[in-house]
Design a protein around this ligand. Structure first.
Ligand code: ATR
Length: 263
């Protein structure tokens, strides 16, 4: 039986096993997908298991998306540019790192039917997933990206990824068409991001990377103020779909059962 794994620290809240095992069963694939918490010192040994084909594929989440790179043989262009790997597979005797977060974000945005071409985008946060978001936004031809992070120098470091990226102070909310919460603020129900809605016109797109809880205060307040809102569930599902397709050569189905599965 083939074995797949998601690693991170912490990992217990990951819903990847739920989703992948559902699709494996649906597609009659004899494989299992598990989650495991890892220490950074064990990453090299883990990758050797891919080479020995004891493990057939790995998803990587916070905080290892960049830390895993030195142990891999090859990176896809997307993983190379973003220096972020969330999917690992073995191909022609080579351990390959790829990034499906870009596809996940891009496809989730396209599903909203909100056209972001030539729009001004404000990103809150500068953590592991933000390089992928920046890459996807530029692919979708936004006009301007503004980046705001509590620790400003972490945002400054991402400037090299994009020529149209401007770093602004944490707490500053400039004019935007779409705002993305890519911080971990909202994982706790009571978390709040201070935004003065009296200065923001309606009908903006508010996107939260967080999908559990399904509606953060960020999204609730935005909705109550007449904006379009979307949580990170679709992004999560689409990044998983792309990994599944790489590993198994099958495009899994996304339907209401899948959406409910993750509630
Ligand atoms: P990592 O930074 O290790 O990649 P992450 O979960 O991907 O982890 O990112 C967490 C993000 O949430 C960061 O942008 C973090 O800001 P800092 O870089 O200043 O740490 C942001 N974040 C977490 N808690 C926050 C808080 N209480 N207020 C504002 N931003 C916060």
């Amino acid at each position: 039986m083939k074995k797949y794994l998601v690693i991170g620290k912490p990992i217990k809240h990951s819903q990847s096993p739920l989703l992948h095992n559902f699709w494996l069963k649906k597609n009659n694939i004899n494989a299992i997908y598990e989650k495991e918490e890892y220490e950074p010192s064990k990453l090299e040994t883990l990758i050797s298991k891919i080479r020995e084909e004891k493990i057939n594929g790995i998803n990587v989440t916070v905080p290892f998306k960049e830390k895993i790179i030195p142990f891999l043989d090859e990176l896809s262009p997307e993983a190379e540019i973003t220096q972020s790997v969330n999917t690992i597979y073995f191909n022609k005797k080579s351990v390959v790192g790829h990034n499906t977060d870009i596809f996940g974000f891009e496809t989730a945005i396209k599903d909203t039917k909100y056209d972001i071409e030539n729009k001004k985008i404000l990103i809150l946060g500068a953590g592991g997933v933000v390089p992928s978001i920046i890459f996807a936004l530029n692919k979708m031809k936004v006009s301007k990206i503004m980046l705001s992070n509590r620790t400003k120098n972490k945002a400054e470091r991402l400037k090299k990824l994009s020529s149209n990226l401007k770093v602004i102070d944490w707490g500053e909310i400039p004019d935007f068409d779409m705002i993305i919460n890519a911080t971990s603020l909202g994982l706790n129900k009571e978390d709040k991001i201070i935004i003065d809605f009296s200065k923001i016109k309606k009908d903006k797109l508010f996107f939260d990377i967080i999908y559990n809880p399904g509606e953060t205060n960020f999204l609730t307040e935005a909705k109550n103020n007449g904006n379009i809102v979307e949580n990170g569930k679709k992004m999560f599902i689409y990044q998983a779909l792309a990994s599944f397709k790489i590993w198994h050569g099958v495009q899994p189905e996304i339907n209401d059962d899948i959406i409910k599965l993750l509630d």
